[in-house]
Design a protein around this ligand. Structure first.
Ligand code: KIV
Length: 259
């Protein structure tokens, strides 16, 4: 299998739906890569599922770079996308450019950022002109959690839906090669997918998108509670807990290690 790149992701639109996921270390990146996952996102969801925060906001650039480098070491054929953390691209275009460059130097093939304001679109244009592919993110953008007052579905009224559609068109016009549609009504995601030439990657946005994201911990059942749109393809939390408990028990009663 040839490594996934911007051209092959673009070419998949309307031909093949892409099941994509997050990973945050070399071990899981290698397993996802070997299973054929085309795009691995080093998501800032790391803040919640790995680092134990209640939002994505505390994730630091150094943490993203360290996880990106690990994922890039584990993934061979998958495209690795680094999620620019909160604060790394809101503090001026030059600083944002420098942070995106660091992501590519750590091994990412592209960066993801949230929003579609004129400022974000201007940054997307500049990143793409500099040879840094951008995967955009509209709809529910978790870095705006404080503005929403929680992780709430977006685009529910006609006016709000028109705004999400306008945002998706704006990031496409700015040069993004794909756009995440997070937590929006599935009819709206279908309309956006039909209106755009670029790949839409849905999460909590229904079945019509060109591709899907799942956060790795949700997909594998490492999180016992998950949003309602999640499908757990394994239930590892119980298995992992049982393995730890068995180990503790066997050491306590002398069954491990053997002579
Ligand atoms: O950080 C993340 O995992 C994401 C996905 C939910 C798309 O942004």
């Amino acid at each position: 299998m040839k490594k996934w790149n911007v051209a092959s992701v673009r070419a998949a639109k309307g031909v093949r739906k892409l099941g994509c996921c997050t990973a945050y270390d070399a071990c899981f990146a290698r397993l996802a890569d070997e299973a054929g996952v085309p795009i691995i996102l080093v998501g800032d969801s790391m803040g919640m599922v790995v680092l134990g925060h209640s939002t994505t906001l505390p994730v630091k650039m150094e943490e993203t770079l360290s996880a990106t480098a690990a994922v890039a070491r584990g993934a061979k054929d998958a495209m690795v996308v680094a999620d620019l953390p909160f604060g790394s691209y809101q503090c001026g275009e030059d600083a944002a450019m420098a942070n995106a460059v660091k992501c590519l130097q750590a091994g990412a093939d592209a960066v993801k950022l949230e929003g579609a304001t004129p400022r974000v679109c201007s940054l997307i244009k500049r990143l793409v002109e500099a040879g840094i592919p951008v995967l955009a993110h509209v709809g529910m953008t978790p870095q705006s959690v404080n503005e929403y007052g929680g992780f709430k579905k977006q685009g529910r009224t006609r006016e709000a839906a028109d705004q999400v559609m306008a945002d998706a068109k704006a990031v496409e016009a700015a040069g993004a090669f794909a756009v995440t549609l997070e937590c929006i009504p599935s009819e709206l995601a279908a309309e956006i997918t039909a209106a755009l030439r670029i790949v839409t990657v849905g999460i909590g946005a229904g079945p019509v998108c060109d591709a899907q994201w799942l956060v790795m911990h949700d997909l594998l059942g490492l999180n016992e509670t998950a949003p309602s749109f999640v499908k757990q393809y394994a239930h590892l939390a119980g298995e992992v807990r049982n393995a730890f408990a068995k180990y503790v028990g066997e050491v306590a009663d002398g069954a491990f290690p053997e002579k």
